[in-house]
Write a protein that binds this ligand. Structure first.
Ligand code: SF4
Length: 241
């Protein structure tokens, strides 16, 4: 006979407690802690949002410095239509889920259905717009703008990248000011740092770069019962497109 149930978890506002049942004096916990532990309190995204704000400020600077030279805007979705895959680190994935959950249920179902079809295009794209634009992953934020990767330069790959539609009125990449080129290696390192604290703070685990999600997994609810031991895959040191 079930006599009572009571909380047995820590008093963390971001983590709901386990449910403990007692059968005539023999207490036991049922396995709800995983699902509820994956509720993320808004404050847990503060560091990630600060990093996002810096990338957004970089973009604003580029637009201001080179008026009329940036074609990235609502209505141009070429990169979202061509993207072969999109892999997210934990903090990016959970942040994307926050906005996803605020969509009307029928819209969430529609995205879940769209995610069953292979990419491209990105399943979040609808009518040439990103439905989760505010919480989009870091890669989507920086894509199209001038970025440099010293690591790629070292191995002889093109280190400077931007969308071919941008800067058509300039005399080539050398014409760009240094503070209008984003060092993506540095941003990626900072993203890993944010992930280290995010994973340690929420699950008490050590972040591993193989902790990664496809955008389809996020849309299909894979985060709800995720734990740090699950879903590791080799993503070559950084999420990529
Ligand atoms: S998440 Fe949004 S911005 Fe990123 S590829 Fe998909 S539709 Fe485009």
């Amino acid at each position: 006979m079930l006599r009572r149930w009571r909380s047995c978890g820590p008093p963390d506002p971001g983590i709901s407690p386990d449910v403990q049942l007692s059968v005539v004096g023999f207490p036991f916990c049922i396995g709800l802690s995983q699902a509820v532990a994956n509720e993320i309190p808004p404050g847990a995204f503060a560091e990630y949002e600060a990093l996002i704000a810096r990338v957004d400020a970089f973009q604003a600077r580029v637009r201001e410095r080179y008026p009329g030279q940036i074609e990235c805007r609502a209505g141009c979705s070429e990169c979202c239509r061509k993207i072969p895959r999109l892999t997210l680190s934990p903090v990016e994935a959970f942040y994307l889920r926050e906005q996803l959950r605020r969509l009307p249920p029928e819209e969430q179902s529609r995205l879940r259905e769209a995610s069953r079809t292979a990419m491209p295009p990105c399943p979040i794209l609808a009518n040439d717009a990103c439905l989760l634009h505010r919480n989009r992953p870091m890669l989507c934020r920086s894509y199209g703008y001038p970025t440099v990767s010293p690591q790629l330069l070292k191995i002889g790959q093109p280190g400077l990248n931007y969308c071919y539609k941008n800067f058509t009125g300039l005399g080539g990449p050398n014409a760009l000011d240094q503070d209008c080129i984003l060092n993506v290696d540095r941003v990626t390192e900072e993203l890993w740092e944010v992930n280290r604290r995010f994973v340690a703070g929420r699950w008490g685990a050590i972040f591993d770069r193989r902790m990664a999600f496809t955008v389809q997994e996020v849309l299909q609810g894979a985060l709800d019962d995720w734990s740090p031991g699950k879903g590791r895959r080799d993503i070559g040191g950084r999420p990529d497109r």
